[in-house]
Design a binder for this molecule. Structure first.
Ligand SMILES: [Zn+2]
Length: 333
């Protein structure tokens, strides 16, 4: 039974009607998470939304400096900083100290042309590497990616961006998941029902190719059921969320119900939950004996006192793998 976990955080603002502010939705919750990680000597991977960085770099220099320093502190404390892109920043409109997203035409990266996508990748990679080497005085290399909204398919439109930006490790797959609510999401990871902690691929991240050019490290998913869903409802709450924005959401009740009925899968996350549910989730996850380690996803913006307790529970009971641990593990296979 594995005792290793990979902790990943999507470092980003809210993508709905109100972005929230950099201070309350990113920097403050991230600093709290960093203090807990330090306490347990744990390492994590932070996927930084570089489309947001691009939006503030020129017009909001003091915000850009603040976030750059915070990103550097992730690196300085031994964590890995990797690439995440939410292309809908293209359409964001500034209202006082916040941003609004009024349309979702650019929600999926696939709405852009291949050259534009490559530019978003190289811009993001250069920014992250630039920030870290500026403050540390050492070269830094981005090597991993998680797609905004998990949307990586069809991969043929993204592949050149991986290759030309030395991205070898992808973290965008939710095994078993299917979602089609275009223009927002399109993902079809249903092929991966009995899956491993990592695999190689070349043409589609949800198709294993033994000699594949890239590594997939999916979020750990599990088949939920009515009982687990009821527990999740009981043991999670969005009260006292640290971030001050509004997420995408916006689907009607019927659509949500339909989605739940047709998608029995859920993924390992710390968002909103209390340790009581985390423990049941872990029991469920452990029923997949193929897994070498469990990959968790969390978001600083929705940090709550409960999810903080869940994080502590996880760190008390599991060993975290650093990004270089993961690289050597998956390369050995
Ligand atoms: Zn994201």
């Amino acid at each position: 039974m594995p005792n290793n976990i990979v902790l990943t955080f999507d470092y980003e603002l809210f993508m709905g009607k109100d972005s929230g502010t950099l201070e309350s939705s990113i920097i403050n919750p991230t600093n709290l998470i960093l203090s807990v990680l330090k306490q347990y000597n744990a390492s994590a991977i932070f996927f930084v939304d570089t489309a947001y960085l691009a939006k503030i770099a020129v017009d909001y220099p003091s915000e850009f400096i603040n976030i750059s320093k915070n990103i550097f502190s992730l690196y300085e404390q031994g964590h890995s900083v990797q690439l995440h892109i939410h292309p809908q920043w293209i359409d964001a409109v500034r209202k006082k100290d916040r941003w609004q997203f009024n349309n979702y035409s650019n929600y999926r990266i696939h709405q852009s042309g291949e050259d534009e996508i490559r530019k978003m990748f190289s811009d993001g990679v250069n920014r992250l590497e630039g920030i870290i080497s500026k403050y540390s005085g050492k070269a830094y290399r981005v090597e991993a990616f998680r797609a905004g909204g998990w949307s990586l398919q069809p991969f043929n439109k993204i592949k050149k961006s991986f290759l030309s930006n030395h991205i070898k490790y992808d973290f965008s797959v939710l095994p078993g998941f299917y979602k089609n609510n275009l223009p927002k999401h399109f993902i079809d990871y249903r092929r991966m029902k009995n899956y491993q902690s990592s695999w190689c691929f070349t043409t589609d991240p949800a198709v294993i190719e033994v000699q594949g050019e890239f590594f997939e490290i999916p979020a750990t998913t599990f088949k939920s059921n009515l009982y687990l869903r009821a527990l999740k409802k009981k043991y999670s709450s969005d009260k006292e969320v640290m971030g001050d924005g509004v997420g995408v959401g916006g689907e009607g009740k019927l659509k949500k119900l339909w989605y739940k009925l047709t998608n029995p899968y859920d993924f390992a996350s710390l968002d909103y939950i209390q340790p009581e549910y985390l423990i049941r989730m872990l029991d469920r996850i452990k029923s997949n004996s193929e897994l070498q380690f469990y990959t968790f996803v969390a978001h600083p913006k929705v940090l709550t006192p409960n999810s903080m307790e869940s994080l502590k529970y996880l760190l008390e009971h599991y060993n975290t793998l650093s990004f270089s641990d993961i690289k050597s593990l998956v390369n050995q296979k």
